[in-house]
Design a protein around this ligand. Sequence first.
Ligand SMILES: [Zn+2]
Ligand SMILES: [Zn+2]
Length: 257
Amino acid sequence: MIRRGLARLARPLFLARSLFWDEVRCPGCGRVAPAVPDLESSLCPDCRLALAPREGAACPGCGQVSDMPPELPQALPVLCPACQESPRPWGRLLCWGAYEGRLRELILAYKFEARLDLGRQLQECLLAAFERGAGTFPELCACELVVPVPLHPRRLSWRGFNQSRELARLLARRRGLPIRQEALVRVRRTVPQMELDRARRAENIRGAFAASPEVLAGRTALLVDDIMTTGSTLEECARMMRAAGAAQVHVLVLARA
Ligand SMILES: [Zn+2]
Ligand SMILES: [Zn+2]
């Protein structure tokens, strides 16, 4: 009897303890982690470490990491052979990390399970990728507006949010750049790119976007997406934006396959 009474008491006490002693679960791995009051994200140290930026010399055209010696600077102003042969329709491409491990898990949870509590950490990674890139390539500082890769309205109403737009918010605020979604809209519904091979992706996405000359003419835009796989979607977006008169388009993605 007494034991049952104690058990009944224990639960509210446990809840009170977690409320008052700041014991929280890490949104990345679910383990109980001590909250760090000065950080807005509540990821545990392990998850923070797992989200460290990708190291190595990346091609400024496609983000492909080359097997150059590690003593060379991280981002070389030299295009990889593939980008030299067929130039991308953008200036620079920046990315935070490889689309694998913890970063991939967090993006998938954020996007498909609507784990919006992960948003702040992912926003910070995106901002940091831009800051790093702008340190190496000053032309990125010429960006005047942020353009998230749009979702089709039906996909948007199903998911409830455009992950690229949400991820770009912190960057836009910190850099004082407007997010101009109306610069690029999706005019055609497409089969999800994930379901297609490389050759069919380009074909699938062709004509899916319309870009606004009023917003883009003569301006330098930063095109933002969460993931780059083959780059077909980003290439189509950038091409349409340039055709609408954009002076330059740079690309920023959180993760690259
Ligand atoms: Zn964790
Ligand atoms: Zn390249």
